[in-house]
Design a protein around this ligand. Structure first.
Ligand SMILES: Cc1ncc(COP(=O)(O)O)c(C=O)c1O
Length: 385
């Protein structure tokens, strides 16, 4: 089955009402036939759901679709993308363990790695995503996990997942890829050798800026401890959000095609604008990882990152003169969104951390929506004027 068909056709079992579209199972718990049945379920010997913090038909449907799309054995879904990341780190890392991570990550991931994990005795080494020697030197027999984002937010830096997985394997280090920017449609980290793929489903998977959500997929043995941690600590996804996100997967392939076409056209246009100092888009030939992007991803993604020649003042002028584009911190929406990462999404990072993540005061991140490309470009042109 193709991804588009999986997103549409995989469905929770039909109820006695013979519904065509999956219903929402807004129930905290599930009923047992008798005391023996309850005992059997709690022993883990029965089929079905117990309590919606553990599982629910809507979350199971979403997990089933994501696993099918990424060719994963198992998965979990969480209340947000950060919950997916935090549960993965917390379930697998213990005091004394060593984590190696890229320094080009979403701001809150960097914050957890730099400020929270060290408080719990977990040693973290951040590596420049482009420094091959740095990765080779940092990963050692003590390394329990390696955490990357590719393409990264907002710098659109890429790293070769297959190359990194070969570095991790001899040390049995778990390779985790935050696959949020690529979605299951553009990139399949598990097929490239990663052990875990993570999503903020809040972004492209929802696609309309309505819900928060996160997902983790991988081999059964790496998902099992994360599921156990999640069901006990409770950052579970609500059935309603799972229902929305599962419905959204029905159109993900179609939407990503249009997001990527629009983003590529916008990147082409901005390259030739005199107020733009630099444009980054993985499928532009001048992107430093263009050939890797072509090898690892099927399309270039829906984000374009630009540096303006006039620095922060010019960035703020552009933002303030836009008539259609939205000024908000989200991304992956049907509406085109513009963000100044240095003063918003990544503002809690130190100047040094920002520079390492490729963010300056001149950087703007554009999440390219599904509007007609001529309207997106026209708004930017009038705002520049
Ligand atoms: C790459 C990446 N990972 C994780 C997250 C966190 O996701 P959420 O906002 O759903 O917690 C984000 C949010 O922007 C992100 O861009």
């Amino acid at each position: 089955m193709e991804d588009s068909t999986k997103g549409i056709r995989l469905q929770t079992d039909r109820t006695s009402y013979r519904e065509h579209s999956s219903p929402i199972f807004m129930t905290s718990s599930f009923i047992y036939d008798n005391a023996e049945h309850a005992e059997e379920m709690f022993k883990g010997e029965g089929e079905g759901d117990i309590y919606s913090r553990f599982s629910n038909p809507n979350t199971s449907e979403l997990i089933q679709k994501l696993c099918a799309m990424e060719q994963a054995e198992d998965g979990i879904v969480t209340a947000s993308g950060m919950a997916a990341i935090f549960n993965t780190l917390a379930a697998h890392l213990q005091q004394g363990d060593h984590l190696v991570a890229s320094n080009s990550l979403f701001g809150n991931s960097t914050y957890i790695i730099n400020h929270i994990l060290p408080q719990w005795g977990i040693n973290c080494t951040l590596v420049d995503i482009n420094d091959k020697e740095g990765w080779i030197n940092a990963i050692s027999p003590k390394t329990r996990m390696v955490f990357i984002e590719t393409p990264s937010n907002p710098g659109l830096e890429l790293i070769d997942i297959s190359w990194l997985s070969k570095l991790c394997r001899p040390h049995k280090a778990i390779l985790v890829v935050d696959n949020c920017f690529a979605t299951p449609i553009l990139q399949k980290p598990l097929l490239l050798g990663a052990d875990i793929s993570i999503h903020s489903a809040t972004k492209w998977i929802d696609g309309q800026g309505r819900t928060l959500g996160g997902a983790v997929v991988g081999k059964k043995e790496v998902i099992a401890p994360i599921f156990d941690f999640l069901r006990r600590t409770g950052a579970s996804m609500s059935p309603f959000n799972a229902w929305i996100l599962s419905k959204s997967l029905e159109t993900l392939q179609l939407r990503m095609q249009r997001h990527c076409d629009n983003a590529h056209s916008l990147a082409d246009f901005l390259q030739h604008h005199d107020k733009v100092a630099k444009v980054k888009y993985p499928f532009l030939k001048n992107h430093p990882h263009y050939s890797l992007a072509k090898k690892q991803m099927t399309m270039g993604g829906g984000i374009v990152t630009v540096d303006l020649a006039g620095g922060k003042t010019e960035c703020f002028n552009l933002i303030n003169n836009l008539k259609m584009l939205s000024i908000t911190a989200n991304l992956g929406d049907s509406r085109t969104i513009i963000t100044h990462p240095s003063t918003t999404t990544h503002s809690k990072l130190s100047n040094e951390e920002k520079l390492k993540a490729g963010i300056s005061d001149s950087t703007l991140r554009i999440s390219v929506g599904l509007e007609h490309i001529d309207d997106i470009i026209a708004d930017i042109v009038q705002a520049f004027k």
